[in-house]
Ligand binder design. Structure first.
Ligand SMILES: Nc1ncnc2c1ncn2[C@@H]1O[C@H](COP(=O)(O)OP(=O)(O)OP(=O)(O)O)[C@@H](O)[C@H]1O
Ligand SMILES: [Mg+2]
Length: 193
């Protein structure tokens, strides 16, 4: 399995989502971002082409890099995280267009990230914009705003690990874990079809 996580916009949750998805599927993480916040991630050496290896998840930095094209082409699934702002949504539409220009059969999942309870109206507006401007068939899911995301990166534990740790955690983090189950289910269905 090869998964890419891509958005030309920075700070949308690519690395946080990458880490958790990679842990769930036991994939090796690779990045082209020399400022990556993640530990245990293999760096693509700048300027050199990289090979696409099965069993890898590629977490791309929020900038354009021609070398990602071959990886996008060979990815089974491409995750595109986004936030709500106009700039984020614009870049998300452009990113999906770039992906589907490279791979017209690309299996893309757009993850609307950092959703808070009470965001119903802005979430509806966001979906409306994405449905309108993304012409390629893509799957959508949401991930809520949760302190488990930062905790996960800082402590090298996935949200699934944190959730399992105690009865209290099972209670507090049931929502975020559920969001990740929805995402990994979309990925599994894409792989099966
Ligand atoms: N669902 C979430 N809930 C709360 N905080 C989040 C969530 N997703 C991401 N964050 C926070 O947002 C910030 C940016 O996340 P992250 O580094 O994963 O984004 P990125 O897209 O990889 O950024 P870059 O483009 O710089 O690589 C981090 O502080 C992270 O903890
Ligand atoms: Mg990142």
């Amino acid at each position: 399995m090869v998964i890419s996580v891509m958005n030309l916009k920075g700070g949308v949750g690519k690395s946080s989502i990458s880490y958790n998805v990679a842990k769930y599927f036991s994939l090796k993480m690779v990045t082209n971002d020399k400022y990556s916040a993640l530990n245990n991630i293999k760096q693509m050496i700048s300027g050199t082409q990289i090979s696409v290896n099965d069993g890898s998840l590629y977490d791309f930095g929020g900038f354009d890099d021609k070398r990602i094209n071959t990886i996008i082409e060979k990815s089974d699934v491409i995750i595109v995280p986004t936030l709500y702002s106009r700039a984020d949504l614009q870049n998300t539409v452009i990113s999906v267009k770039k992906i589907t220009d490279i791979n017209k059969n690309a299996k893309v999942v757009v993850v609307i990230n950092r959703v808070r309870s009470g965001d119903t109206k802005i979430l509806d507006e966001t979906k409306e914009i994405l449905f309108k401007y993304i012409k390629h068939g893509v799957e959508y899911c949401t991930i809520r705003d949760s302190k488990a995301m930062l905790q996960s990166i800082n402590s090298n534990r996935s949200v699934f690990d944190i959730h399992k740790e105690s009865g209290l955690n099972r209670h507090i983090y049931s929502g975020i874990v559920n969001d990740f189950y929805n995402l990994v289910t979309i990925i599994e269905n894409y792989i099966d079809n």
